[in-house]
Design a protein. Structure first.
Lengths: 166, 185
């Protein structure tokens, strides 16, 4: 058991819960809101995808999202509702799959990768890079952050199922 | 000469294992801290009556989620040889697949659940800060849940499990704030 194994285990759990929460949902269903100031599924997916891009960049891998897409889903960005500008949920779902595959592949095969220096200046990368100095720390922060957002999807998934009954 | 090489090799392996143990402790400590912060932010200022509010659909209320996290955090404590906080009653109320908790259901007061979560967090944090934590030892048998053969794997699953449930608290907090008249877009 090393740090790669821990991150693989948690990322896999996150991905399984995430895909289960969005399975079969349409783009418009992913824009539904619960009472209060929580975010919709579309925003959460984009937010998770952008933080995964941060891990990809750190690791010297290919980044998938465009700058304007990352900005739309940055921490503290405006909520997304029906009619608001956003990335289509289908694209976000695809990003979630490709970024997961790349990260898992890297963690499984580059066993010393986390011990190496991050690619570029980690302080400029997406996620918690501003407060992290090593790849391991940045992965721990980003993956822990992602787990909590994945949990937010469950009540939104239930909301969609309820809306279909109406 | 070979003996010297052996000793040098052993020292390197020992050092590498020590570094790895410290890294794993840091990762788990960081994730546990994140989870605890999210949990505390979720229940901060929430009364017992607000903790049993329900969102649309089949998701659980805040009281059930906090109790469920407490039960699983006790599993983490027992995994490292520490005493659990809760007993059979709480296991029945908050274990996997237990009945939802509504306004008129039997349940544990939210203030007690907060104490349990805070206490478990303190003990686990202290254990993780010790250099001697070994994540490659076998996970004890007979636990309520056993998620991996080594403590490291077992803890990774349990940390992710509690993080996902901690994430569910956000929308329930928003619901409570709306009922209290303190929030609505």
């Amino acid at each position: 058991m090393n740090q790669n194994d821990i991150f693989i285990t948690i990322l896999r759990r996150n991905q399984e819960s995430l895909l289960s929460a969005i399975e079969g949902l349409t783009h418009s269903e992913m824009l539904l809101q619960l009472p209060g100031e929580g975010n919709c599924i579309n925003w959460i997916l984009g937010h998770i995808a952008s933080y995964r891009d941060g891990m990809l960049v750190d690791s010297g891998l290919r980044q998938y999202m465009q700058a304007d897409e990352i900005e739309r889903y940055a921490g503290g960005s405006e909520p997304i509702g029906p009619g608001d500008a956003c990335v289509d949920s289908t694209r976000l779902s695809e990003l979630i799959v490709v970024s997961f595959n790349d990260l898992i592949d890297w963690l499984e095969h580059d066993t010393n990768g986390l011990s190496q220096n991050p690619a570029g200046n980690i302080k400029d990368n997406i996620g918690y890079s501003g407060v992290c100095s090593t790849l391991t720390e940045h992965f721990a922060q980003n993956i822990g952050h992602e787990s909590i957002h994945v949990g937010e999807l469950n009540p939104l998934h239930e909301l969609v199922l309820e809306s279909r009954k109406r | 000469m070979n003996h010297e090489r052996d000793e040098s090799y052993k020292a390197k392996v020992g050092y590498r294992n020590l570094v790895e143990t410290i890294e794993l402790s840091r990762i788990f400590g960081l994730m546990l801290g994140r989870n605890q912060s999210a949990i505390e932010a979720g229940y901060d200022g929430i009364e017992q009556s607000d903790s049993v509010l329900q969102l649309p659909g089949r998701s659980n209320c805040m009281n059930w989620i906090l109790g469920h996290i407490a039960v699983y955090r006790d599993v983490m404590l027992m995994s490292i040889g520490k005493k659990p906080y809760v007993g059979k009653r709480e296991l029945t109320l908050y274990g996997y697949g237990s009945d939802p908790i509504y306004e008129d259901s039997a349940c544990v007061d939210i203030s007690r659940l907060a104490e349990v979560l805070d206490g478990g967090h303190a003990i686990l944090s202290e254990w993780l800060s010790l250099v001697g934590a070994d994540f490659n030892v076998e996970t004890p048998h007979g636990l309520y849940v056993r998620k991996g053969d080594t403590i490291g794997e077992h803890l990774a699953h349990l940390m992710a499990h509690e993080a996902i449930h901690a994430g569910e608290l956000g929308s329930l907090r928003e619901l409570a704030l709306v009922r209290m008249g303190k929030g609505w877009k």
